[in-house]
Design a protein around this ligand. Structure first.
Ligand SMILES: *[C@@H]1O[C@H](CO)[C@@H](O)[C@H](O)[C@H]1NC(C)=O
Ligand SMILES: *[C@@H]1O[C@H](CO)[C@@H](O)[C@H](O)[C@H]1NC(C)=O
Length: 498
């Protein structure tokens, strides 16, 4: 015969009922003791009750004798206005010997009537009268000779530059929410910088930026570091905390190479991780950045850097002239700048990739989106031997077969139509010839011009990230011109290969 099973809980926990009794007694006596001691032993519970009570009291009518007016609408939490350009304080890392050449990059994006900030120099420079109202004020960094610098290859100016945020903070800027630093060869897209910062609560600690494109750079420096040239955004309270500790912190890291790794070392001491935003571009590459700009991540373009190192972004042009060309679509629809969309000309078996405001590519054959969304290696690795294994993201070769080398069309014109609220951009075929190809299929060389129509869409980043869709429009009379519509995908729209 089997023994009647007891209550299973009692088999597992034979002491339960006794324990409950003991605990109950303990709780009662503890409550009694803490009640007698009152605030000597505050518990969370006590504090919560206290705050609820006081809250209720504060809402009770203070003077009941006054005439009763109709109930006012419930007071809303006073909302802070959205972050805009006026809340950002820029700090530009510069040096006197390069300024004559580099200031042209700053002029491309600096808006003297809307922006605040300083250029931090090692020594005074002559300010040309025509520049005075086009560039930020110039400040001389304070002396850093008391700090040791022991890295064998770098330059001790790194110490001076790592203190830019702190020195800007000490200027006592009113209503500052963000301190943004960049180099003198960095170009920002101001609207997109604001868009990105609006996502974060400026009353908390944030350290925002992005890594290097080079895997080895990130190993040598840190994957947790915001690269200075790509731009670094630090929220106001974090800048205040940094200001208090930075000089002591810098003194502990004499062996580091640059300014951004010194800054990251102090962030690590404060325990603040990097918040990565993919639109900041350090551009640690050589050669042509076409591949990177033609397949940008689905994120707003915030910055470009190393503009003296990489080729001009449009061929057969001066560097600054090329950037001025990009400024045109940037002005009419910054949120959409260099956003990629992928579609197919099914009749002719072509793959079409649009990088809005920059370039269009037509490929012979059908490539999947997962391939075309990878940057083509038009650029060369920062560590020249590393090549394709050396990047932080997937890349693809420019082409595997000469016939598959894309036909490239570069932006020539961009306009905004007020009446339709649409933009029209035009792209003309690159003069560089494509390799000979004897495939028996439609030849994209017959297309010499591409027109792209897109609704003005400043709200694209208020939604979850999704690549725009493109659709090839029925060809008009004009031979040699392809017309494409770009815009938000319909809910169930998929880029299907066939
Ligand atoms: C930016 O926000 C401030 C409020 O903090 C507001 O006074 C100002 O008008 C805004 N500027 C622009 C250009 O919207
Ligand atoms: C244009 O379209 C955008 C996005 O739908 C909208 O926010 C904006 O108000 C429109 N502008 C005009 C002038 O109609």
């Amino acid at each position: 015969m089997r023994i009647n099973p007891k209550d299973p809980a009692e088999i597992l926990y034979p002491w339960t009922s006794t324990k409950i009794t003991i605990c109950f007694l303990l709780v009662i006596s503890f409550t009694y003791i803490s009640y007698s001691l009152k605030s000597v032993l505050p518990s969370n519970l006590c504090r919560e009750q206290y705050s609820v009570t006081s809250h209720l009291q504060s809402e009770a009518p203070a003077t009941p004798s006054q005439p009763i007016s109709p109930p006012a609408p419930a007071p809303l939490e006073p909302q802070e206005p959205k972050t805009n350009l006026s809340h950002i304080v820029f700090g530009i890392a510069a040096s006197a010997n390069l300024w004559g050449n580099r200031k042209k990059y700053v002029k491309l994006w600096w808006r003297p009537d809307q922006m605040r900030g300083n250029v931090w120099m090692d020594q005074p420079v002559k300010v040309e009268p025509e520049d005075e109202h086009l560039l930020p004020p110039i400040k001389i960094s304070s002396d850093t000779s008391k700090f040791a610098y022991t890295h064998r290859k770098g330059h001790r100016s790194a110490i001076r530059l790592s203190r830019i945020v702190t020195e800007n903070f000490r200027q006592g800027m009113e209503n500052a929410r963000w301190f943004v630093m960049g180099d003198d060869d960095t170009v920002f897209v101001p609207e997109n910088l604001v868009r990105v910062l609006q996502k974060y609560d400026h009353n908390q600690f944030y350290y925002i930026g992005s890594s290097s494109e080079s895997h080895l750079q990130n190993i040598y420096f840190s994957h947790n570091m915001a690269y200075g040239g790509g731009g670094i955004a630090i929220s106001y309270p974090l800048a205040r905390a940094l200001e208090k500790t930075q000089d002591k912190c810098i003194a502990r890291y004499t062996g580091l190479y640059g300014s951004d790794d010194r800054l990251q070392a102090c962030m690590a001491e404060l325990g603040v991780p990097l918040t990565k935003e993919q639109g900041f571009h350090q551009f640690d590459v050589y050669g042509s950045v076409f591949g990177l700009l033609a397949a940008h991540p689905v994120a707003p373009l915030v910055s470009l850097h190393h503009l003296d190192v990489v080729d001009p972004i449009f061929p057969n042009m001066e560097r600054v002239q090329a950037l001025q060309r990009l400024n045109v679509p940037m002005k009419i629809d910054p949120a959409g700048l260099v956003q990629q969309s992928i579609c197919y000309d099914k009749m002719r078996s072509w793959t079409v990739s649009v990088s809005w405001g920059y370039a269009v590519q037509i490929f012979r054959g059908i490539f999947s989106p997962r391939e075309i969304e990878q940057p083509a290696r038009t650029f060369i690795n920062w560590y020249k031997k590393a090549d394709f294994i050396g990047y932080e993201f997937n890349t693809r070769p420019v082409s595997r077969h000469p016939c598959q080398k894309p036909f490239v069309y570069y932006l020539t014109n961009a306009v905004y139509n007020k009446n339709t609220n649409h933009t029209a951009t035009e792209y003309v075929r690159d003069q560089a010839p494509n390799p000979q190809c004897n495939w028996k299929m439609a030849n994209p060389s017959r297309i010499d011009r591409v027109q792209v129509y897109k609704a003005y869409d400043p709200h694209i980043w208020d939604k979850s990230p999704r690549r725009n869709c493109c659709r090839i429009l029925p060809s008009k009379k004009k031979k040699g011109t392809m017309a494409i519509e770009v815009g938000a995908c319909n809910e169930d729209e998929v880029v299907e290969l066939r």
